[in-house]
Design a protein around this ligand. Structure first.
Ligand SMILES: *[C@@H]1O[C@H](CO)[C@@H](O)[C@H](O)[C@H]1NC(C)=O
Ligand SMILES: *[C@@H]1O[C@H](CO)[C@@H](O)[C@H](O)[C@H]1NC(C)=O
Ligand SMILES: *[C@@H]1O[C@H](CO)[C@@H](O)[C@H](O)[C@H]1NC(C)=O
Ligand SMILES: *[C@@H]1O[C@H](CO)[C@@H](O)[C@H](O)[C@H]1NC(C)=O
Length: 379
């Protein structure tokens, strides 16, 4: 009844007034669209290595060792290879989804991409140090240089004030460091003859600090990190020393431990030093280790060996047949595996970990002091 009376025939005068309102409000929303971008969306800027690279390395002069743009990469979700080192989506893809953002594309992907939602600078093989796999990757300093270009672009589109709002509300997500240590074992590097382990960790953390402080200085406030996985137990590292008989590489594990301790310490320090600095540190290490050691508890069948590769544990990095030899084995069901290839994880693990990063309990063994949902929604 009420509805009927509301729908009663409007007077012509009312109609004119109404039409006027519609026109005025639609024209004002169209001029406000750009500021809507910065008010309603929290952008996501992604930095780091293969755990987050969505395909930047497809566009650089590198080797297939640092590329994943061939079958069977991507087979589970995308049905074509995108350059992601997995059978499907990565942690950063799930985070974008949970934040109600579109899939964040790689910075180097050609096309007229608009950066309002953020962009992905990560590059497989990259480390915090310029020397890490130099010439084959986009190192973290160069990723920062690209970020500065995006910042300039946003200023030109949004104006200085709106761009500043966008950049201070944005989340800056990092996965970096693994390759600075991994490179020691896969390239016969002699760096540990010149530095003690803790000195070397200090140099890696020092370079990461420089980058984070630079982004802060340019207006970034909300930072998300994952610490280092126990890569000494990755299938590809278990086999680097034949005399180890397939056990985890202790030397790698001790570097990871030192790094992860230094990373927590650094973030606590920055929180005290830098006004408004907020962070979320995900304990990738512990949570992945639990899945490697107790796969069945998390719905997996295999926690040690990879789905794709060759040799013992499928630790030989030959997945796809375009790297170390043409031969490789591929499991039937990647969902049963923690490791997708010799060094990287399956989409199923990435999703479990991303879920925890997004809204896990705020504890040092999980995600600390904030989860990513807090960074996106609470501040
Ligand atoms: C790409 O790398 C190859 C092999 O290292 C080198 O010969 C070539 O000059 C490089 N091209 C560019 C454009 O850097
Ligand atoms: C590392 O050194 C060993 C022994 O000198 C050699 O057999 C191996 O091929 C080297 N590996 C690389 C990646 O250079
Ligand atoms: C950054 O790394 C370089 C080596 O690439 C090193 O010489 C330098 O001391 C590091 N910087 C900091 C602040 O640790
Ligand atoms: C590896 O296995 C061999 C033969 O079984 C054994 O002699 C050796 O001690 C083992 N090495 C390690 C590091 O476990």
């Amino acid at each position: 009844m009420v509805r009927k009376s509301v729908m009663a025939k409007p007077s012509p005068l009312f109609l004119i007034f109404f039409l006027h309102l519609v026109l005025v409000s639609s024209s004002s929303t169209s001029t406000d669209t750009r500021s809507e971008h910065s008010r309603n969306h929290v952008a996501l800027f992604i930095f780091g290595d293969s755990f987050f690279d969505a395909g930047n390395n497809n566009y650089i002069n590198t080797t297939t060792l640092d590329q994943a743009n061939f079958w069977p990469y991507g087979e589970t979700y995308f049905e074509f290879p995108t350059g992601r080192f997995s059978d499907g989506r990565l942690i950063s893809d799930f985070i974008a989804e949970y934040a109600k953002l579109p899939l964040i594309p790689p910075f180097l992907q050609p096309g007229n991409y608009q950066y309002y939602h953020g962009v992905n600078f990560a590059s497989a093989g990259a480390g915090a140090l310029v020397e890490t796999f130099q010439g084959a990757v986009i190192d973290l300093k160069t990723q920062l240089k690209y970020y500065k270009k995006v910042q300039t672009w946003l200023r030109s589109k949004l104006g200085k004030v709106e761009a500043e709002i966008t950049l201070s509300k944005a989340v800056y997500l990092f996965s970096i460091g693994t390759n600075d240590y991994m490179s020691i074992f896969v390239t016969n590097s002699t760096v540990l003859n010149s530095y003690s382990k803790s000195e070397y960790v200090g140099i890696v953390i020092g370079n990461l600090t420089t980058i984070v402080k630079d982004i802060y200085k340019r207006g970034g406030r909300k930072f998300g990190f994952i610490n280092l996985l126990p890569f000494g137990c990755a299938p590809g590292i278990r086999i680097v020393k034949a005399e180890n008989n397939g056990s985890c590489l202790e030397e790698a594990s001790s570097l990871v431990k030192l790094h992860n301790k230094a990373l927590s310490k650094l973030l606590r320090k920055l929180e005290k030093q830098l006004k408004g600095f907020k962070y979320s540190l995900y304990n990738f290490n512990i949570n992945l280790r639990q899945r490697m050691n107790h796969p069945s508890k998390y719905g997996f069948k295999e926690g040690k060996g990879a789905c794709c590769g060759s040799g013992q544990f499928r630790g030989v990095f030959s997945c796809g047949g375009k790297r170390l030899g043409k031969e490789f084995q591929l499991c039937k069901n990647p969902n049963e595996y923690v490791f997708w290839d010799s060094y990287h994880l399956t989409q199923r693990v990435y999703k479990q970990l991303a879920d925890q990063m997004w809204n896990g309990a705020r504890k040092p063994n999980s995600v600390w002091p904030y989860n990513l949902r807090d960074l996106f929604q609470a501040f």
